[in-house]
Write a protein that binds this ligand. Structure first.
Ligand SMILES: *Cc1c(COP(=O)(O)O)cnc(C)c1O
Length: 367
């Protein structure tokens, strides 16, 4: 049996080590995962209650059209209900756009390093991948990305804030880019961390869609809303575009429980606000730590920070923190070999990580 050739070049997603496994292996009683940018405070308490209540109806298929959350989200965003496409996580929205627009005779443009799912799904469709390195500040090089576009380009991916750097594309730069890109090329802005952003020049992409009908916005309930395991994300675009992609969607791709949780999460935006504020406080702690120790880092608008240890490999810092009970993400796997990406956690978690890292750096100077 021979699989499609391009599939043979891919590896299955390598998840971080599960907490229970790390506990057993290292004989630790407490292990904290700060590797996947999940919300350290969990979802809002009311969401948990709504989920429990929905469990009474798990034997019944969900509403495939997701009418209730669709209505609620469309009011929240100020768009038409038909402009939204729900996915089993925004990962699936990426997949659906790739399935709809990419094929072997097409190409797609993205930054590198960036979120790996654009590349992964594009490879599966057999499209040519054009990866444009981030510039030295960790920003998308929009000039080079523009130059990479030709008549066969179908989708340009912009990840803002970018995973793993946390850097964002300011409004003026995005608008100049959109002004140049041909209108038959999709510009997909992945805004998985937009709820955490407080940069005043972060663009309102939903508003920009009125002027640029080729602009697609991807968002998720996984990160700031704390619903990663329930798998619900969405794309917002011109309704004609959504109608083209919608047939690719599996009939019941978001669960009843996920829909109910998302509806309830939108009723508790004060909780989101609290999470955002505490994330910002945590980010400041990490930035101060880096400044004190002369470590460089990318200015992050997300809930994670990519720190450069320069003389150490990411894997080494990762292993060290693992033994202290913290699972982070080594930069070796992310295209930044001397970095680690750390999810900003609760105050106690942040202080714990910073204490451990301080010990690591101090022991280095003594040697
Ligand atoms: C986490 C993440 C996603 C995926 O989110 P899901 O909705 O859980 O699939 C998408 N894009 C970026 C940049 C992410 O970091």
């Amino acid at each position: 049996m021979k699989a499609k050739e391009q599939i043979l070049t891919l590896k299955a997603y390598q998840p971080g080590k599960p907490i229970e496994e790390v506990k057993k292996e290292l004989g630790l009683t407490s292990v904290i995962k700060l590797a996947s940018n999940e919300n350290p405070f969990g979802c809002a308490p009311a969401v948990k209650e709504a989920v429990m209540d929905e469990l009474d109806r798990v034997s019944i298929y969900p509403d495939g059209y997701a009418a209730e959350i669709r209505e609620k989200l469309s009011r929240h965003l100020g768009v038409q209900a038909r402009q939204i496409l729900f996915g089993n996580g925004s990962d699936e929205v990426v997949q659906m756009f790739c399935r709809t627009y990419l094929s072997p005779s097409t190409n797609t443009v993205m930054a590198t390093p960036t979120f790996p799912q654009y590349r992964h799904n594009s490879v599966i469709e057999g499209a040519e991948i054009r990866e444009i390195p981030l510039n030295g500040n960790g920003d998308h090089d929009l000039d080079e990305m523009y130059k990479a576009i030709d008549k066969d380009t179908k989708i340009v991916w912009l990840c803002t804030p970018n995973n793993p750097t946390g850097t964002y594309i300011p409004k003026d730069k995005l608008v100049s880019f959109l002004d140049c890109v041909p209108s038959d090329v999709i510009v997909a802005c992945d805004e998985a961390y937009c709820e955490y952003v407080d940069a005043p020049d972060y663009p309102d992409t939903i508003e920009l869609q009125r002027e640029y009908p080729n602009l697609v916005v991807l968002r998720t309930f996984s990160k700031a809303f704390g619903l990663a395991s329930l798998r619900i994300g969405y794309g917002v675009a011109h309704e004609d575009l959504i109608q083209v992609v919608d047939p690719v969607r599996e009939p019941f791709n978001t669960s009843r429980v996920a829909q109910r949780a998302a509806i309830t999460a939108l009723d508790h935006l004060d909780y989101l606000k609290m999470c955002k504020a505490r994330n910002r406080e945590g980010m400041v702690l990490y930035e101060q730590f880096c400044d004190q120790h002369g470590l460089s880092y990318y200015p992050s608008q997300g809930n994670f920070i990519l720190i450069d240890f320069k003389t150490k490999q990411g894997d080494e810092v990762f292993q060290y923190l693992l033994r202290q009970g913290y699972i982070v993400r080594s930069g070796n796997a992310l295209g930044f070999p001397t970095c680690v990406r750390i999810t900003v956690g609760s105050e106690e978690q942040n202080k714990g990580v910073i204490d451990s890292l301080t010990n690591l750096l101090v022991s280095k100077t003594v040697e």
